[in-house]
Write a protein that binds this ligand. Structure first.
Ligand code: COA
Length: 167
């Protein structure tokens, strides 16, 4: 993701429906998008955590959304947001799989966690398609994206390895 993606990202993600389960709009203006991008590119300011943010594009370069991962302690907290015109076409599953595969390639076995509003059926289905399983509280990690009432999903190859179970 680059600051110059701000206008296209804002245009893609400005629809009201995008923020329905996010507690509000994902981006509120081009300026907000640019400031957010610049902030995430600066990173968290601690070596203990890494922020990864990617703009999702079609092959013709049209910007359709974004995916992100916050990595720490052998785990990554992931999220995805696509613009409404591109829902229902499998793009989010492809983007999410790319993110998860890239994390595994670069970092080896890594647990993947995500939070989701209980009514966000499409996102819950994506999590299941990725092999993620709904977790019960208390959760192993404090999750930055968790809001009261959210469900938590995880795919935990690293935890399985720690517990001596097959991957
Ligand atoms: C969540 C989001 C990424 C899903 O993308 P999408 O393109 O709409 O997802 P899809 O249409 O591919 O649907 C994914 C799955 O959910 C299912 N699904 C979609 N809407 C559904 C509904 N209302 N009820 C039940 N299942 C539903 C689809 O059938 C599909 O399942 P399948 O792969 O087994 O066929 C997209 O809606 C989005 O960006 N929303 C705004 C941001 C957001 O909520 N991000 C997630 C935060 S956790």
């Amino acid at each position: 993701m680059a600051p110059d993606d701000a206008p296209a990202l804002y245009a893609a993600l400005a629809g009201d429906e995008v923020g329905r389960y996010l507690g509000g709009p994902d981006l509120t203006s081009v300026e907000d998008a640019r400031a957010r991008i610049e902030r995430v590119l600066r990173g968290p300011g601690t070596a203990a955590e890494t922020w990864l943010n990617y703009t999702v594009r079609l092959l013709d370069s049209t910007v359709i959304g974004r995916v992100e991962a916050t990595v720490r302690d052998g785990m990554a907290e992931v999220a995805w947001v696509l613009g409404e015109p591109w829902w229902g076409r499998g793009y989010v599953l492809e983007s999410a799989r790319w993110l998860v595969d890239r994390l595994a390639e670069e970092r080896g076995p890594i647990d993947i966690w995500a939070t989701v509003h209980p009514d966000n059926a499409a996102s819950r289905a994506i999590m299941s398609r990725l092999g993620m399983v709904e977790q019960s509280p208390p959760y192993e990690y404090e999750l930055g994206s968790w809001d009261p009432g959210d469900l938590v999903y995880a795919y935990a190859p690293a935890r399985s390895a720690r517990n001596g179970l097959a991957g």
